[in-house]
Write a protein that binds this ligand. Structure first.
Ligand code: GLP
Length: 244
């Protein structure tokens, strides 16, 4: 895995936004996989700035988000749908027809997961998947477990993940206990992957992802199987790897 270390989270976010802009200018029909979470907010801020400066054109791009909370409708202000509108979709020229998120309020959850997989396939697969990392090593909502699921699926969230998402809900107890997420196979089928990790609180998780071992207890460790994956870190997240 290629590793890039930036001095600050801001520099990493700027570089990633520019990388996404480059991907969109090389291929205007680029298909992006997108994360939510606090790490992604500065990246979206930079993308909005590039868009306002006419330095990026999303008009023909397609996006697929990694995950959504179960039970929340697209209109719910705490949903990842709302997160994406707030931080990106309302400010750039992405076509709403080409922004895809899982419907957390779907009546038939299994059918919704199948619909999402079909939509990705119809779009020709994901060209560039941007990922964040959970403190427990999760990507999307693929939580550490005895086994991992390949396709888009329903998932029970760990307490630490609900805690990390409490900022959207006001308190941990209000965070849904389940979510829908792309599976590990869905993620690994992307042609290119960039995992962005910032902050000291993720340093231990980064060390485990890059340890050379693969375990379902650290779902992101399976990224090591991918032939085009980069791990972008700020200095704080790289603390335990650069000193070893
Ligand atoms: C959530 C999301 C993940 C994200 C992770 C990290 O659980 N489902 O896709 O990568 O949080 O979030 P943060 O960037 O807020 O640490």
């Amino acid at each position: 895995m290629k590793i890039r270390i930036f001095q600050t989270p801001g520099r990493a976010a700027r570089a990633l936004a520019r990388e996404i802009a480059r991907a969109a200018s090389r291929n205007p029909r680029v298909v992006l996989g997108l994360p939510t979470g606090r790490t992604s907010i500065p990246v979206y801020r930079e993308l909005v700035a590039l868009s306002r400066a006419d330095a990026i054109d999303f008009s023909r791009a397609t996006t697929f988000n990694l995950d959504e909370f179960l039970g929340l409708s697209a209109e719910d202000p705490r949903s990842y749908h709302a997160f994406m509108r707030r931080h990106l979709f309302d400010h750039v020229n992405l076509s709403p027809r080409r922004t895809h998120l899982l419907n957390g309020a779907a009546r038939d959850v299994a059918a919704e997961c199948r619909r999402f997989e079909r939509a990705i396939a119809r779009a020709g697969g994901i060209d560039l998947m941007v990922l964040g990392l959970g403190r427990n090593g999760h990507i999307g909502f693929n939580e550490p477990d005895r086994s991992l699921v390949s396709h888009t699926h329903r998932m029970r969230l760990r307490a630490s993940t609900r805690h990390a998402n409490a900022f959207l809900f006001g308190s941990m107890s209000a965070v849904p206990r389940e979510a829908l997420s792309m599976g590990m196979g869905t993620i690994l089928q992307a042609r290119r992957i960039i995992l962005l990790v910032t902050g000291r609180s993720k340093a231990r998780a980064v060390e485990r992802v890059l340890s050379g071992r693969m375990t379902t207890r650290v779902p992101a460790s399976f990224l090591q199987l991918h032939r085009d994956v980069e791990v972008w870190l700020d200095a704080a997240a790289a603390l335990l790897i650069s000193s070893s």
